[in-house]
Design a binder for this molecule. Structure first.
Ligand code: ATP
Ligand code: MG
Length: 223
């Protein structure tokens, strides 16, 4: 069986002025298809950077990365964008909702961009599960942090991506809404064998994952 995510010696160094900031110092990671894995580790250890590289949003400095058998470094920008749209759902740590669009359109735009058209049935099911059906006409500035986060989760899962990369998806949710969001992710994982890689500081979130990966100083700690 081929792993759906594979990295070997993955490094990412940012450069600020003349200073190198190593964020990833050689990450070796294997995630099998259908796995629900959590990533934990101290602030600044490289968790978000790793997710951005796996999502094809940030190029690595060196090392090998294969996502569903694809090497982003040998793909054109267009192919990489198409791959991302069709295969990857991303929940950003800072949500990244489009400020001029309502919650409804922030979610629906993902389906439109993907090109499979709007699926009202799935849309309704997801927004009701997340409890945001009364907030769909609000723009992001008129949503609480937790509501924005739930819109961001809805946007990421609406297209049934093969791989969901979620950066602290419950970081702004109260315990009840955290549980709802986690149960939804668990359900998507079980029903569709959706692979999920989820960064979290939340022990409840780590507990729903099949496996918890620990990062420190830009590396994975061994299990
Ligand atoms: N665009 C960037 N330019 C320069 N340095 C960056 C950039 N993004 C991240 N870094 C640095 O890389 C390191 C890892 O950052 P990253 O955001 O991956 O941490 P994290 O583990 O997600 O932390 P947190 O739990 O606080 O979200 C940090 O030292 C950070 O300052
Ligand atoms: Mg982060």
């Amino acid at each position: 069986m081929e792993p759906i995510i594979f990295t070997s010696g993955l490094k990412k160094t940012f450069r600020i002025g003349k200073v190198d900031v190593p964020a990833l110092r050689g990450v070796d990671l294997v995630v099998q298809e259908g796995e629900f894995a959590g990533i934990v580790g101290p602030s600044g250890c490289g968790k978000s950077t790793l997710l951005h590289v796996l999502g094809g949003l940030t190029p690595p400095t060196s090392g090998k990365v294969l996502v569903d058998g694809n090497d982003f470094s040998s793909m054109s920008d267009g192919d990489r964008t198409r791959f991302r749209r069709h295969k990857i759902g991303f929940v950003f740590q800072r949500f990244n909702l489009l400020p001029t669009l309502t919650a409804r359109n922030n979610i629906a735009i993902a389906q439109h961009i993907q090109g499979n058209g709007f699926n009202p049935h799935r849309f309704q099911a997801i927004v009701e599960m997340l409890g945001i059906q009364d907030k769909l006409n609000h723009k992001p500035y008129a949503l609480s942090g937790g509501e924005q986060q739930r819109v961001a989760i809805a946007r990421a899962v609406i297209c049934e991506p093969k791989i969901l990369l979620a950066d602290e998806p419950t970081g702004n949710l109260d315990s009840e809404n955290s549980q709802i969001a986690l149960n939804m992710l668990r359900g998507l994982n079980r029903s569709f064998r959706q692979t999920i890689l989820m960064i979290t500081h939340n022990p409840d979130a780590a507990a729903v994952a099949d496996r918890v990966l620990r990062m420190r100083d830009g590396r994975m700690l061994l299990d």
